[in-house]
Design a protein. Sequence first.
Lengths: 181, 181, 274, 274, 68, 68, 390, 390
Amino acid sequence: MRKEIRLSGAGGQGMILAGIILAEASLFDPELYVVQTQSYGPESRGGASRAEVIFSNEPIDYPKVVKADILVCLTEESLEKYGEEVTDEGVVIADDSFGGGYYHPERANFYSLPIITTAREEIGLEVTANMVALGVVDSFLPEIDSSCLERAIERRVPQGTEEKNLAAFQAGQELLANVIE
Amino acid sequence: MRKEIRLSGAGGQGMILAGIILAEASLFDPELYVVQTQSYGPESRGGASRAEVIFSNEPIDYPKVVKADILVCLTEESLEKYGEEVTDEGVVIADDSFGGGYYHPERANFYSLPIITTAREEIGLEVTANMVALGVVDSFLPEIDSSCLERAIERRVPQGTEEKNLAAFQAGQELLANVIE
Amino acid sequence: MVEDIDRYLREDKLPHIWCPGCGHGTVMASILRGFARSGIDQDKTVVISGIGCSGRASGYLDFDTLHVTHGRAITFATGVKMANPDLTVIVITGDGDGAAIGGNHLIHACRRNIDLKVILFNNNIYGMTAGQFSPMTPTGATATTAPYGNIDQNFNLCELAKSAGATFVARGAAQQPRQLIRIFKKGFAHQGLTFVEAITQCPVNYGRRNNLGGARDMLNWQKEHIINHRKYQDLPPEEKEDKLPAGILYQVEKEEYTEKYQQIITAAQESDDQ
Amino acid sequence: MVEDIDRYLREDKLPHIWCPGCGHGTVMASILRGFARSGIDQDKTVVISGIGCSGRASGYLDFDTLHVTHGRAITFATGVKMANPDLTVIVITGDGDGAAIGGNHLIHACRRNIDLKVILFNNNIYGMTAGQFSPMTPTGATATTAPYGNIDQNFNLCELAKSAGATFVARGAAQQPRQLIRIFKKGFAHQGLTFVEAITQCPVNYGRRNNLGGARDMLNWQKEHIINHRKYQDLPPEEKEDKLPAGILYQVEKEEYTEKYQQIITAAQESDDQ
Amino acid sequence: MAKRGKVNLARPDWCKACGICVEVCPVEVLELGPERIEIAYPDNCVGCENCELSCPDFVLKVVKENDE
Amino acid sequence: MAKRGKVNLARPDWCKACGICVEVCPVEVLELGPERIEIAYPDNCVGCENCELSCPDFVLKVVKENDE
Amino acid sequence: MTNKILSEQDKTSDRVMLLQGDEAVVEGGLVAGASFFAGYPITPASEIAEGFAQKLPAQGGKFIQMEDEIASMGCVIGASLAGEKAITATSGPGFSLKQENLGLGIMVEAPCVVVNVQRVGPSTGLPTSPSQGDVMQARWGTHGDHPIIALSPSTVKETIELTIKSFNMAEKYRIPVILLLDEIVGHMREKVRVPAPAEVELITRKRPAAEDRDNFYPYLETADHIPPMPDYGEGFRYHSTGLFHDKTGFPRGKTEDAKKLMDRLMAKIEENLQDIIIIEDELQGDEEIIVLSYGSTARSAISAVRQARELGIKAGWVKLKTVWPFAESYVAEISNKVEKIIVPELNRGQLIGEVKKAAAGNAEVSGINKYDGTIIPPDEILTRIKEVSK
Amino acid sequence: MTNKILSEQDKTSDRVMLLQGDEAVVEGGLVAGASFFAGYPITPASEIAEGFAQKLPAQGGKFIQMEDEIASMGCVIGASLAGEKAITATSGPGFSLKQENLGLGIMVEAPCVVVNVQRVGPSTGLPTSPSQGDVMQARWGTHGDHPIIALSPSTVKETIELTIKSFNMAEKYRIPVILLLDEIVGHMREKVRVPAPAEVELITRKRPAAEDRDNFYPYLETADHIPPMPDYGEGFRYHSTGLFHDKTGFPRGKTEDAKKLMDRLMAKIEENLQDIIIIEDELQGDEEIIVLSYGSTARSAISAVRQARELGIKAGWVKLKTVWPFAESYVAEISNKVEKIIVPELNRGQLIGEVKKAAAGNAEVSGINKYDGTIIPPDEILTRIKEVSK
Ligand SMILES: Cc1ncc(C[n+]2csc(CCOP(=O)(O)OP(=O)(O)O)c2C)c(N)n1
Ligand SMILES: Cc1ncc(C[n+]2csc(CCOP(=O)(O)OP(=O)(O)O)c2C)c(N)n1
Ligand code: SF4
Ligand code: SF4
Ligand code: SF4
Ligand code: SF4
Ligand code: SF4
Ligand code: SF4
Ligand SMILES: [Mg+2]
Ligand SMILES: [Mg+2]
């Protein structure tokens, strides 16, 4: 098993923290290996932002995503940039604030979801969109127990914000269910 | 022709300037090549001091004295240090302020001369001992015209001291004559 | 109307990469406004900056511009000015760039009284590298490398520049762009080493970590703590403590370095002609 | 009787390499006499010097001694003092070593108020490298690299150190060994950055080139130009111009750097224990 | 008569919504929209130029009425 | 009674004949020989220690008479 | 989802962590006994300073941010001589600045660790992009002949391991040891277990006995070439200098002293290559092609080599954990056995020069080079393996 | 005494001089059009600063003593960009300090000359003794990949020649050129004739025409890879940075720009090896042994080789005047023809590594090494020649 996940968006949307939390979830599973990387650079000030997480049950050699199994895009630019670098069965999760531009009618697993809206409206904090996104990712990630992710969220988000973030995560978990229903 | 000359003494005795002047004399002879080197170092502050000059009528490769054709020593230490590094026919010129210690009865061309005394007493300036020594060297250096040396002295000694230095040089030239007489 | 500074901007490089509310943009604009008022030829002006958020300024300004190594802008500027004293040479530096790693070059440029316009963007932090303390970080403030509070003494760069020999020393703040513009205008007209400390806010890497609020709050802090130097003088000592005087703090006329060197050239050439 | 300082000398390394009449020897002796009076443990004292004639001092002194790169002695000293605050750490530097290449370390050590005893042998020249001008070479003086006269402004290191944050600033001269000894004694007792400018004569590479005569003449120059700071204060401005005040120019008590750091350690360990 | 002026959004795209201009405007002219600044009450503008001078992003330009 | 003293050549070999001690001696005690310092008039010495304090080469030591 | 979740207790085991390479330097350093950090911030190494700033005080250790990298290097050497296990961290521009004082550290034989998290150079270059461009600089950056040890990890786990080894070698051989990370390793996060100090071998410098005080030669030639070293303040009152010196620590100005000292400094390393050179390989013995790698590039290399094996190509993988001293005899040996050696590097070809020298024409040596801030993916190496295997 | 004395007129010809190597840098520099010197004193290079301080003003040139070597390097680059032919001089410790800004000079492509009069290192080392210990540092001292040119003279005459060439290459290729003297050459005096500027080829950087101002790309990829360069103040208003940049001079943050720029910087040198690499040799074509040398060591080498020839040994002599880029193909070629190559160096074996790499096992390469501040006399080389000729 090697599972490649790429989280992308704009600087300030917290994609890197989301990546770290995703990776940190592996701490609670003794058989999982994980590598997490990110794009640094002036990009991180306003421009695009990207985190990558690879899970495996063997030591991981090449640490970068080759073709993502799961791609999350909170901005249209990131979808344009990374939309092609996904495996054939890969899952693409995009925020629903942009529909046009890039769209793959052929891609079975393309989900346009109200991630940012959920964060803003349900949680009341747009900055929790990253946790909503994590919740969505969780639905596609049977390899990781949700409780591990929740643990990781508790450990990594700023003190005092745990509840909001967990709520956002749970809202994300439900998002997909709602859509599929 | 390759002629190796080593001038040695204590720091402050002006041996390096003497070496430079000796070398500078070659400027007035189009067929002479010259290399001049010296020992630098904390030595130059109080310790031993050494200048080397090599004349040749061909380009000079190795720039250091291997065995001196002419060795000048103003101190006993320098005679001890360099006394052996002289060719068999080489000339050794030592100040007469030290007689003992090192002495080569076998060496034909060993001259113990009152260099410093001449500077002090005849010229009235002990610091001109280096020019007295140069005058002595001149006697053993048919390859260089004395006028070239005088020229060189004029160019290299501090302004205003030319006369005294030339007088010292000439006193040196006569020293040997006096001894041989 | 405010002077038009568009001609000094490389519009295709803008908007700049500075964060929302970063004071660097305000200071940069003020420099240009002061420059516009100075009447100096744009083509005869060189802007040299070091590394840091502040250092990025040179890229946005339409002059001959040079973006060098961290802390060394003054050394390059010295070479440019010596080479061609007709040029106006502006150095843009940060409190890390100019006061930490580059501190020696600053004091020696002051000592020479060479006509460089050294403008130090003081945001009390290393912005670019994300929040390590600088020599200008106040005692007690926290930073990524001062998690338990900074134990260094407060540092007065204007005093330092003055004691090192600068002949024009001023302090201004992003909160007071009008004063800044006046300072810059006069600084550009000065002959000799011109040092301007421009206090600017870094809401992202300084303000946030020290609970100073956003850019607007930080500007209000400046308003309260940075006061005109004449007013400052009249304050009782205890009130002075947490305040900083602003304005042109010191200006004297002294012979400038490249002018003095020109005299050496002239003399050497004359004696050579003889 | 003058205190016995032989126990602080590495006699087998002496006589030193300094030229006849060089003031460095007098200053070094004065340091030792001041040290002897201070009562500090010889075994708990480290002397660190840079490169230059002055830098050679460390080799003659019987302490833990470290002879480092040019201009950097203060940085090594900072490491030693931080590592073991119980040590008395003396830095011996020159006007080139400490004020030119090492100027930044000086101001930042001052800023930290770390308890180093920085003693700068100011002979107004680069002695070791045979006579290039230093930041302390007076305007107009000649040097091998200032054949047409030095055009740099005069530099006041004591002012600089003070404005950078030093808490003990003093100036003395080889001509006044008694004053120097008193300064050193008090400096060794001070807690915090202690800066002493010790004016010393270099007859060989400064005096000779500037027609200042030999060591004796240079000492007489010092006698006339370096005067007690209290007397200096009372002079009319025009007489101040070519004079320098000597004595302890400035001293304040402020918390010392390694002490403050110790508080961080204590706090961190306490909160760790909980 | 007090000078009057008119504030313009010269480069709306460069606005980073920092709100500084809102803070420095002595009268109510500017409002922060979701993405960028908005000139909510242009008629209030007294042409003081505070906003233009303070904006770190060269977004605003004030035209003095007597300049027009 | 004024303190008296006696100057000694503690380390004659180290003397570099710079003459500083001669300069600083308030009375005539020291004289520069050709190679090094000489204590020409020891009886003149008032034990002021100027020479010891000023000598850059640790050559001289002054013993106070009341120390003896 | 299988139920492999850790027990409550394990979950809170704070020895298993998700760490960046930079953070691993901090954790590894603390395990090794690091008690002093001096540095100056720089991307991508600042996290190391930040970590030590946070963590040292609770252990009684000290952190200081200096005014620049020159000062940081001086400070670390000073602390080392005063008895600390000292470390500094930087990236290329700062590493350039440290070079002069690094030479002094080598001369006075001050144990310490110098981390360089490499980014693309020269100059400011690409500050946030990975590179292995300072490998030759690590060997030759300071003036004059000098010995050097440089280690380079390829994983976060190895970063912990090699940080500990860096301290150990520094202390054992009295030398500044360079730890060369690249931005990839420095910033990547992996799940690792940080060992307890008791679990690893820890070396501390030899110190002289107090009774040796009176007859102490700080730079004595000993059988192992490594003189014992007292802390400042213990009454040894010894002298150290960047000038060539004899066993007493003082310069005598004799040329034979210079040669002796240099020979001893080099012998410390040259006679202990066995101990210092750490190599990891995956070889079957039948190799025709070897991919020789180090640092983060080794990860793509192993991946490519395994894929090649699956295709039946006789490929092998070598990773140098020790970059300097270079594994000359090891490479000479393999070059006699294989036909081709491929050296992938995130630079324009640096260590490949050493490989060529060692191979002395016996194997064909070729490089795969990236120097634009991107990394070498496994398939590029695989493609090359396939090419040369034809 | 024969009467070969120069005429009165010749005697006063001030073109024939007794010059130290350091002074020859000054004289050569002035011939080449040097108009700017910034430096910091250091033995054994201070005489270069002193000479320029004395002589530049009369020519309208400028001298400045900076506060340290870092500042000197920055200052020289600044002056270069403002249009001067600029030079600085130092020795090992200062050369270490210059490395970071040297990299910046390479990145912004500022023509300038950096002299290093080598003394024994590392650290303070032996400040007044000769060495060739900074040869590898000259290549790899700054961080990151980068091109470099380094020339090394062996006589005072050659110092003049190579100083002029350094300026020419700097201007032609827009690159800092390193002139590596050693203390022997720097301080030895020889009688030389200083050519008049009109007698030598002088190269000045390409400058863009004023009318190109509006469509100017300061870092354009041109056929020769060398973009023309305006002086500051001419209205081009261009940007230079130590970050990787495209033809506009600005960073775009694209990886392909980084590669393009690095490739162009390297191509400037790699495509002009013919012009840059200067070799002198004395070969008969039948050589079995070659002594390959550079700098002052070449003098002993030629002496030894000639003596060997007299003894009937088929020895040849090669002197590299250009140390970097290394004469790889030349050495590869000779290594195919001869059996042994001897490389005498005043270091512990530095350039010999390049020789070995180029020889690729084809010739046996051995070194003669002195690193104690003394020099290699001819008889030591002769002895070795005899040994290997057996
Ligand atoms: C030699 C060197 N050391 C360190 C760095 C890393 N660095 C880049 S910017 C910076 C600090 C910038 O702070 P400041 O000058 O205050 O500018 P700001 O970003 O706050 O405007 C540092 C340490 C570098 N680029 N080069
Ligand atoms: C990095 C470096 N640059 C330059 C030098 C050369 N150097 C040695 S001592 C010195 C100047 C010493 O002057 P100062 O500090 O005033 O000491 P003094 O000799 O006058 O006592 C210089 C420039 C060096 N050793 N290292
Ligand atoms: S980090 Fe701070 S200084 Fe840098 S751009 Fe952002 S706000 Fe401005
Ligand atoms: S050169 Fe000057 S400073 Fe150095 S020892 Fe001689 S007199 Fe003293
Ligand atoms: S010009 Fe003045 S009044 Fe008008 S919008 Fe700007 S700040 Fe407000
Ligand atoms: S100050 Fe400028 S950037 Fe900030 S909100 Fe106003 S217009 Fe926008
Ligand atoms: S001061 Fe000292 S060194 Fe000088 S002459 Fe007197 S005794 Fe001798
Ligand atoms: S102690 Fe005083 S009186 Fe006696 S010799 Fe010395 S200086 Fe003269
Ligand atoms: Mg800042
Ligand atoms: Mg000095």
